[in-house]
Design a protein. Structure first.
Length: 481
DNA sequence: AGCTGGTTGTG
DNA sequence: ACAACCAGC
């Protein structure tokens, strides 16, 4: 039995279904809940993700207060701050849920080393253990492999094995059954949030704004319940950005206010739920892949694609970011992203395909933009999906699969309602022309009060030409590799 | 979880 | 005319 454990919360902002927390409160007499605001991470987070983080931390603090404690909030480099907090508290063990992203692994390695020197300094060389768990995935990296022991390079076989893989227990059954709830500490009253690199929830940027989702794991369970309620519509309507038929669980899964296992259990036996659970398998697969091949965050699977000749035109990239490409579905999605930090999955695919295959901009530019702005912006998922669109990743879309943004829009936003809600200058265009104002007759444009080039841009590229150019560039690269 | 340009089939 | 289908990218 440890005397005092620190639970370092990262992307697991919940007290239920949390193996690090559950283990710590079963194994320690006292636990301290810690969150570290890492400037290196926060600098790369857009306003909406910061606001969401603040809301979730506030809720976590309230849940801890209900147990008689408080959340300790500090800012700085975790490799410095975490051992500091442990020394102040006199803690002898650290608990956390791991994360498959390469940057997170490097950070945790630095913390491991810092704990070694802490042990040498203050514990008479008695090791200070850092217990890590995988409470952010259904199953941890390396647990689903081919017969050879590799991560499958193809999703479908991975999915079949994933489905048949029994879940290892999250919580070590050896923890003391007589002590299932430890005392949750409060910081000393004289320094409500500690000292030194202290910060407060009020100091968090965006802490006063309205979050995308209401904060906390209780609210997340409500959202899971709502997803269960509409799961039957999922397979028919999931591609329709004008309807609200997706699970909308990505934000809670990113912050860990929802356990992916609880989501899987709640969804797997309800009509339509299996298709959503399958998406959780994609999520685990990308975590598996990035764990096994960290270089995928920057590099293609197939070495020949390193030589892809991107156009990388700054003005076109900026038009894409701003939502002024002249393709209404693309502009609607990019404006929604900037305004809310969220975008429908189908629209993410359309705008990503447009950036990579119509503008020939390096997928890493788009990946960085998405990761910064998305409330659910997560390295493993974002990289996996951009590599998929670019055709450069494992089991990716074939290079010749190039979305026609107009065809996609007509198919998945048939009435144009999604476009109208984000591109107000086109609000009066009739259904027949809403997705291609550049091709609309002058009379139609005049009646809708749209002057192309003034109120709304002409298309910055011709899709047909762009398609031919991209096919040629990819083919050239493949032939030489 | 494609699109395009062609051919064949239908009325 | 306009589906339906197919190959090739």
């Amino acid at each position: 039995m440890n005397d005092h454990g620190v639970v370092w919360f990262r992307k697991d902002l919940r007290l239920i279904d949390n193996p690090a927390w559950d283990t710590a409160v079963g194994a320690c007499r006292r636990v301290t809940a810690l969150f570290v605001v890492d400037p290196a991470v926060m600098d790369l987070a857009g306003p909406h993700r910061r606001t969401q983080l603040a809301a979730h931390l506030r809720a976590l603090d309230e849940d801890l207060q209900a147990l008689g404690g408080r959340l300790r909030l500090r800012s700085g480099d975790p490799a410095t701050v975490v051992p500091q907090v442990m020394e102040e508290a006199g803690a002898d063990a650290l608990y956390a849920n791991a994360d498959a992203a390469p940057g997170s692994r490097r950070r945790d390695q630095r913390v491991f080393r810092a704990l070694d020197s802490l042990a040498a300094r203050t514990h008479g060389d008695q090791p200070v253990p850092f217990h890590t768990f995988w409470g952010t995935l259904v199953v941890p990296p390396r647990s689903v492999t081919t017969a050879k022991g590799d991560v499958s390079q193809v999703f479908t076989p991975f999915y079949k094995r994933w489905r048949d893989t029994p879940w290892d227990p999250w919580v070590d059954q050896r923890t003391d059954p007589d002590r299932s709830v430890a005392e949750v500490t409060r910081p000393p009253a004289s320094a409500a949030w500690g000292t030194g690199t202290t910060t407060t929830l009020g100091d968090l940027p965006g802490s006063g704004d309205d979050p995308h989702h209401s904060g906390g794991s209780r609210a997340a369970l409500g959202r899971l319940d709502a997803a269960v309620q509409r799961a039957a519509r999922y397979s028919d309507e999931r591609d329709r950005p004008d309807l609200a038929s997706t699970s909308e669980l990505s934000v809670d899964l990113h912050f860990g206010t929802l356990s992916p296992r609880r989501a899987a259990v709640a969804l797997r036996d309800v009509p339509g739920g299996a298709a959503i659970v399958r998406q959780l398998a994609w999520r685990d697969w990308y975590a598996h892949l990035l764990w096994e091949h960290p270089r995928l965050t920057r590099h293609p699977m197939r070495p020949a694609y390193e030589a892809l000749q991107w156009q990388n035109d700054n003005e076109e990239f900026e038009a894409w970011c701003a939502g002024t490409t002249g393709y209404p579905i693309v502009d609607a999605g990019m404006r929604q992203l900037a305004a809310t930090g969220w975008m429908h999955n189908r629209v993410r695919m359309i705008v990503a395909s447009f950036l990579v295959k119509d503008l020939l901009v390096d997928w890493r530019w788009g990946e960085a933009h998405f990761r910064r702005l998305l409330v659910d912006g997560d390295t493993t998922q974002n990289v996996g999906n951009w590599q998929w669109v670019a055709g450069t990743g494992p089991d990716a879309a074939p290079y010749f699969r190039i979305f026609n943004p107009t065809t996609q829009a007509k198919k998945f936003d048939p009435d144009g309602d999604f476009v109208r809600s984000w591109v107000p200058e086109l609000v009066n265009l009739p259904r027949a022309w809403i997705h291609e104002p550049g091709a609309a007759p002058d009379r139609v444009l005049a009646e809708a009060g749209v002057e192309l080039g003034t109120h709304y841009p002409r298309p910055i590229v011709d899709h047909g030409d762009a398609r031919q150019r991209t096919l040629a560039v990819y083919q050239h690269t493949r032939e030489r590799g």
